[in-house]
Structure formats: structure tokens, C-alpha cells
Design a protein around this ligand. Sequence first.
Ligand SMILES: *Cc1c(COP(=O)(O)O)cnc(C)c1O
Length: 371
Amino acid sequence: MSGKINVTRSSMPAFEEYTEEIKDMWDSHWLTNMGVKHVQLQRELERYLDVEHIDLLTNGHMALELSLQAYHLKGEVITTPFTFVSTTHAIVRSGLKPVFCDINTVDFTMDTDLLESLITEDTCAIMPVHVYGNVCNIDEIERIAKKHNLVVIYDAAHTFGVKYKGRGVGSYGDISCFSFHATKVFNTIEGGAVCFNDAHQEIGDRIARLKDFGIVDAEEVDEIGPNAKMNEYCAAMGLCNLRHVDEEIAKRKAVNDRYRMHLEGVEGLTLNPVQKDVVPNYAYFPVFFDQEKFGASRDEVFAALARQGIGARKYFYPITTAFKCYKDIFDPNDTPIAYKMSYQVLTLPMYADLSMEDVDRICEAVLSCRK
Ligand SMILES: *Cc1c(COP(=O)(O)O)cnc(C)c1O
């Protein structure tokens, strides 16, 4: 029998490649505070992600929080609960009120048909999430935001390298926030970034100060910011990983295609859509189980896989509004589709080095759950 399969596995460069990258830091003694690695990675990521400006941060969560803070927003932010808890936390921790829009059943992002009905005179922004690397209905979100004069901040944590209509997905909206956490398609161990266009340079400058305590210069601090600067070791990891990311995504595609070969068209299973005008990154492989039609529930499949040493993840379950910290504050029933789908979803193991034999074994284990 084969060994354990984890749901994910962090990408790492060769040991020697990383030690070579950090070597000159023993001459410079410059470990953080926007050093040469930081500056170089910003440049290279602007090119790779096809965006005008990038500012590197300690993590994706700080990208969300600092974006909200930089706009000096007050009031309500429309978002979805079918996401990692970070999205909701960022809004709440910024003193804003999340208003939850339900998701659509095709790509699991914000249902833009419901969006306009949630806008009130207190709405100041929209924070949609490109879940699983699926691109939100950007055109409709842009149209509605413009009409109501709302800021759009995308949680783009899942969409590293994704393109929409020939442009980097991070170039849409007022700001897009990426995560470079160890489990993401591209990692800097821990890390994140905000992306914005020339037109938003003023906000970008504010984020650059905010991430460094709001410091303007040695004798002036103009805002109350945290410490969210990416250090040189993380930036160096990013420089190394970036050299291999195209190959990583190509390998993920092969894994994705193998899964689809086994699971596409199976009664009772819903897979990620193939989206028009989108160059995908194969970040995750979610499968939604319709218990009636498939013949086994998500939880039964999860348990069966666990027994065989296969680590799948109930992602996203629970939805953020169902967590204990939000009990009695938000109601998961306000977004019935997201609530229901959170009980159906399982993301299967997905990483560049997952072997075809392992994918075959995982699919066999999934399909043998059918009664
Ligand atoms: C990973 C993730 C975040 C948070 O990013 P960190 O780098 O872990 O802080 C936010 N939103 C979503 C959807 C994520 O997947």
C-alpha cells in the first residue's frame, strides 16, 4: 500500500538555490525594512502578475486589513462568507460591518444578481473573493461599484498568476490582495501583497507607510499602522520560487486534468468550472458531493479518504458566519446557498509533485464510496 497523501505540500527551491540567494545578506547585514530582495521581488512580481504596482507585506491578511484602513472606510462592506476566515476577520477588525452576499452555484463567487439589493446608504466597499482561483464576475462588480461609487477590494489570495481577458487578475478593482502563504500556489513562506494601478498611487503610498507603523520619516508618524513589512528571508524565498512557478502551475494542470479524467461527468459531483476568458492556476481541486445523486455524503467520503491516509480538506466549512466567534452576530442562514454548499465540499489533494498514481488512487477511493 502507498503512504500518506497530504492535501497540500509547499513548493520549495533546491536548498543550494536558497542558500545562494541569501548569501549576500551576510555582507550587507540588511535583514528587513525594504532591502534589496524586497525591492527586487516587488519588481519581478509586478512583471509576472502583470500589474502596475505591488507592495509586499507580511501576509495576505494584512493586505486585506491595510487596504481597508488606507481608504479610511466607515460603514458596511459587502462580502461573502464562503471564504477563509481571514476575509471576514479583516473587515470586522477594521471596525467595519460585513454584509454577506450569497454565492452562485457555478463558480462559488459572489452572486452579482443579489449584490445591488444589499447596498444601503452605509455601504462603502465590496470585498469579493476569487475562490479556488475562480474569477468573480468582475465586469458586473465593476459596473455596480461605479454606479454606487463604492471601493472594490478583491481578496485574490487564490489567484496567483491568473489572467482575465488578457490582463493579470490583480489589475482589476481598486486593490487586489494576494497571499503568499506556504500553502498557496506561490509562497514566500509567509507573505502577501497589495496590487494597484497608477491611478491609486496615493492609496498605495499610504499602505506603504501603514505597513511600517505609519512612519513618514524619522520625525513624523501620520497614521496608526501595524508592522507588516516582508523580511528579506521571505523575499529571497519568493525570488527562488518565482523562477519555478510556471513549471509548478504546469504540473498542477496535469494533476487537474487527471482528476477530471476520472471525476468529470460522474453523477452527483460538481467540479470547478472552466471559465471563459480566464487563464487558470489550478490552485485547488474542489468537489461538491450531492449525497442523493452520488450515493455518499461529503462527510462519508472525507472519512473514507482519511482511513486510507488521504488528507482532503473541508474547505470552506464552516462558512465564516457559522464560526463560534460570530455566533449571535451573523446568521449563516442569510446565505443559504453558501451554507448548503459548505456541507458538500471537499478539496482533494493538489500540489505540483502529486503523482498521477496518487491521483488515480484518490479518485478510486472517492468513487468506491458510492453505494
Ligand atoms: C490564505 C488566505 C488569506 C490570508 O492570507 P495569509 O497570507 O494566510 O494571511 C485570505 N483570504 C483567503 C481566501 C485565503 O485563502
